[in-house]
Design a protein around this ligand. Structure first.
Ligand SMILES: [Zn+2]
Ligand SMILES: [Zn+2]
Length: 335
């Protein structure tokens, strides 16, 4: 099978790997689309390798003893392969499992853990069936496109009474705009890239504030009766976003962190009485609700996905991500 490979700094190509084999509860999925995420950091740096990506949707093409899925099923491939037994797995928060399985070792396959390739291995428990009538591309937004911010919205209990502030209008933050608008909330975004700021407005954000403006904090306060946003979500993963949110979220409001990295000062949480959440993914028991949301926001998802590339154009696909002038980018391993 063909997989995406990093050949040097800003240099990518396609590599050949042996096809993976199913075993026990582990199925082989033919990847139809792989939404691209943060792998471009490695492309930029030149971290050599040919196992990239954690987002995929596709068709089950081979099973051994799996009973929950069968050949021909259309599925969302959930990230990682949690143990399925521990308390977080049992309650749906599998993303926080500390006992991930080694599927290459279990199946004796040489490859099959990258989503940016033609086939992937996954335990059947972590394959979510795609509802009839939903396109693969829309279903793919149940991964990082709309998933982590959906998880944040659930934790923060976002509804129509809320003004939600989202820092970072990259693909994840843009998915946050779709999620918040679906729930009837008002959205203020923070973004400096004009392409992404314009896209966020198209998706329904009321105002986009440039974080380089000296009065950026005051602009949020002016839009929120001087008290700050009810709920806020960082998707930027930048250092600067954390103190910014601590000054622009109202007292007794909620903050969710989706973007990795950065530091938060305890006194700023205590002083405002904030509730703080870590939202890596979403609880799998809420997958039905997320899929319902995706089934009703198709036109917005079509705007969120701004670029599509065949695997042979992986170089161009990563280059556009490095430029920042894109929303979600989808890779097609069989085209
Ligand atoms: Zn577990
Ligand atoms: Zn991702």
């Amino acid at each position: 099978m063909k997989v995406a490979a990093i050949l040097g700094p800003m240099q990518a190509g396609v590599a050949e790997k042996p096809d993976p084999r199913p075993k026990d509860d582990i199925a082989v999925v033919k990847i139809i689309a792989a939404p691209m995420c943060t792998e471009y950091y490695a492309f930029k740096k030149g971290d050599l390798g040919d196992c990239h990506g954690h987002e995929a949707v596709g068709e089950v093409v081979a099973v051994d003893k799996a009973t929950r899925v069968k050949v021909g099923d259309r599925v969302i491939v959930q990230p990682q392969t949690a143990c399925g037994e521990c308390y977080v797995c049992q309650t749906g928060d599998f993303i926080h499992c500390w006992n991930n399985r080694d599927l290459l070792k279990e199946t004796g396959s040489e490859a099959g853990r990258a989503t940016m390739g033609q086939y992937i291995l996954q335990a059947e428990r972590w394959l979510t069936k795609i509802p009839e009538g939903m396109s693969y591309e829309h279903a793919g937004m149940a991964l990082c496109g709309c998933g982590p911010t959906f998880g944040a919205m659930q934790l923060l209990k976002v509804d129509a009474f809320d003004t939600v502030l989202i820092t970072g209008m990259g693909p994840v933050g843009l998915g946050g705009v779709i999620n918040a608008r679906y729930r009837g909330a008002r959205v203020i975004g923070v973004e400096s890239n004009p392409y992404r700021a314009a896209l966020a407005k198209e998706l329904g954000a009321e105002a986009i504030i440039n974080p380089s403006d000296e009065d950026a904090i005051q602009q949020v306060l002016d839009l929120t009766n001087g008290i700050g946003a009810d709920k806020s979500i960082d998707t930027s993963g930048t250092e600067a976003a954390k103190p910014f949110l601590m000054k622009t979220t109202r007292c007794k409001g909620g903050v969710a962190f989706v973007g990795w990295s950065g530091e938060v000062e305890v006194n700023s949480i205590l002083g405002r009485g904030l509730s703080v959440y870590g939202a890596w993914h979403y609880n799998l028991n809420d997958a039905g609700r997320l899929l319902k949301m995706l089934s009703e926001t198709g036109p917005q998802l079509d705007k969120l996905i701004t670029h599509r590339f065949p695997l042979s154009k992986i170089q161009e696909a990563w280059e556009i991500q490095v430029s920042g002038n894109c929303g979600k980018v989808a890779l097609y391993p069989w085209e």
